[in-house]
Design a protein around this ligand. Structure first.
Ligand code: FES
Length: 122
């Protein structure tokens, strides 16, 4: 085994908000960490990192998932939607409703709430 074989980094192709990204990630990297740390999409929040709070919720092929519990390599080639891509060029109607009704509270987990709401309505 040479040094190249010893690395646990693997190439992964993520399709996030309709845009393809080719990155290398350590095999244990979560989708949450790939989105935030590698792609700079910090709208998806890290809360508990245990699958309990929902702050990290994104859509994976249209279904809600806790991104802290999904390995980035498991999302390869699948469609990921984050809060940044939810409304296209404007606000999604549920985002607009949150604004209109001042539903943010502290705002930290609002992206996860909105993504979950969109999945629920769908
Ligand atoms: S960060 Fe809490 S469920 Fe993922």
């Amino acid at each position: 085994m040479d040094d190249a074989d010893a690395t646990t980094e693997r190439p992964v192709r993520l399709v996030v908000n309709g845009r393809e990204h080719a990155i290398e990630v350590e095999v244990r990297t979560t989708l949450l960490d790939a989105l935030r740390d590698r792609l700079g999409l910090t709208g998806t929040k890290r809360g508990c990192a245990l699958g309990q709070c929902g702050a990290c919720t994104v859509l994976l092929d249209g279904r809600r998932v806790n991104a802290c519990l999904v390995l980035a390599i498991r999302a390869q080639g699948r469609s990921v939607t984050t809060i940044e891509g939810l409304g296209g060029t404007g606000l999604h109607p549920l985002q607009a409703a949150f604004v209109a009704h001042d539903a943010f509270q502290c705002g930290y987990c609002t992206p996860g709430q909105i993504i979950s709401g969109v999945a629920c309505i769908a």
